[in-house]
Write a protein that binds this ligand. Structure first.
Ligand SMILES: [Ca+2]
Length: 424
């Protein structure tokens, strides 16, 4: 069978049945469509068939939201180029940027686009595979304390490594540096894996820091996503100095790591605070057909690897192909086929009125920028932007709203760019 997709419906027709043979058989495509529409499941913006055959969304609109274009005319400005696999970015007061490069370099990008020499003073990173220098963020009181925080793959003994978070006082200048560096968080246990490090750093409104992580992909790591004495496959919440907030959900529970905020996650590389509710929203890399948008709520179980949409990347079913279980959270939305989510940002500025309230998600696998239209906690529309990026489509690694209201995007390659979307 193959999927025949349009903007509205997705139907299955026998592999050997062509449009012409359908017409000869006296069956019009439109008639087929009328009978084959799955209630609540549109074709969505992605014409490819789903990987998870025989799986149904838990509620209408949980996947393949209809295309909803904002028809915004924008110009793509190259802010900086010659970045080597940039991963995360943040905005310094005064118009400069901090940008991480996966290989282990943190750079200051001037408003002119000029790249600084690498910031000195960072601890070593393990840049193999998906590891490296990952996200970067400013302390909420940066203006008075100049503290910056970054996440990275921390090398350990022999082949071992783990996600870690460090902080230090940033000193700008001809040779920028960080001082008084402290590693305030180590994901434990370390594993011998080059995959699934997460990670994004997001400040809660109360000044606590959420760290999104992965489960290291290998089976012994994956199976710890549901183990509460392990930090693998967890979103954790710490104070700005690395101590544990007293109101974390599992503080004082024997056998449970007190850092844990939520669990059952796979590999969370996109996260942002919802601008109205202040809750942590995240998009995680799922199985083949199981990228998920979740609202990571305190103490909740997001199901991995017990439940998931999609299949193993090898093609095999995952734990029997179960997509739902009591006590486990359903994603607010999922993509099958996947987008390879990278960074994300809620758009709240006035520069693009038609985008206000949208959620942008980087498509690392689809070479585009995903724009979701939200209605409360539901996705009601999807649009793909930057699909025709000049001179060629590029992987999108991060997306942020700038202080100027523009949408900033990092592409990902050995010669990548920081782009800025501004009104035409
Ligand atoms: Ca899940």
């Amino acid at each position: 069978m193959r999927a025949l997709a349009t903007r509205e419906v997705c139907i299955l027709v026998p592999e050997n049945m062509t449009m012409r043979s359908m017409q000869i058989a006296g069956v019009t495509v439109l008639t087929l469509m009328a009978y084959a529409t799955v209630p609540g499941q549109n074709a969505g913006v992605d014409p490819r068939p789903p990987n998870g055959t025989g799986q149904s969304p838990a509620f209408a609109g949980q996947t393949r939201a209809p295309e909803r274009k904002a028809n915004v005319a924008f110009t793509v400005v190259t802010v900086a180029q010659a970045l080597e696999n940039p991963w995360g970015m943040t905005f310094l007061p005064g118009g400069k940027f901090l940008v991480t490069e996966k290989a282990g370099r943190l750079r200051v990008v001037a408003a002119s686009g000029a790249l600084s020499a690498p910031v000195t003073g960072l601890p070593p990173v393990d840049a193999r595979g998906q590891g490296g220098l990952l996200d970067v963020t400013l302390n909420p009181a940066y203006a008075s304390n100049q503290l910056i925080y970054w996440s990275y793959a921390e090398p350990g003994a022999t082949d071992m490594n783990n996600t870690a978070v460090a902080r230090g006082r940033f000193v700008d200048g001809a040779t920028p540096r960080v001082e008084n560096v402290q590693v305030i968080y180590h994901q434990a246990p370390a594993m011998a894996s080059r995959l699934h490090f997460g990670s994004r750093l997001v400040w809660g409104r109360d000044g606590t820091l959420f760290i999104t992580q992965g489960e290291r992909s290998i089976t012994p790591g994956r199976m710890q996503s549901q183990n509460m004495d392990s930090l693998l496959g967890k979103v954790v919440r710490i104070n700005a100095d690395g101590s544990i907030p007293k109101d974390n959900p599992f503080v004082g529970k024997p056998g449970v790591r007190p850092e844990i905020w939520s669990f059952g996650h796979r590999n969370v590389q996109a996260a942002a605070l919802h601008p109205t509710t202040g809750e942590l929203w995240e998009v995680e890399h799922g199985a083949r057909g199981g990228d998920e948008l979740n609202i990571a709520r305190r103490g909740r179980d997001y199901g991995w690897p017990t439940i998931t949409y999609g299949i193993e990347y090898s093609g095999a079913p995952i734990t029997g192909g179960i997509t739902a279980r009591a006590g486990m959270e359903q994603p607010a939305y999922y993509w099958d086929p996947v987008i390879g989510p990278s960074g994300m940002a809620f758009y709240t500025a006035n520069l693009f009125p038609a985008w206000k309230g949208s959620l942008f998600v980087g498509g690392h696998a689809t070479n585009d920028l995903v724009r979701l239209t939200l209605e409360g906690e539901r996705v009601i529309g999807e649009e793909r932007l930057l699909t025709n990026l000049e001179p060629k489509p590029e992987r999108i690694r991060d997306v942020r709203q700038g202080p100027d209201g523009a949408v900033y995007v990092l592409t990902d390659s050995g010669a990548a760019r920081m782009l800025k979307l501004v009104p035409k």
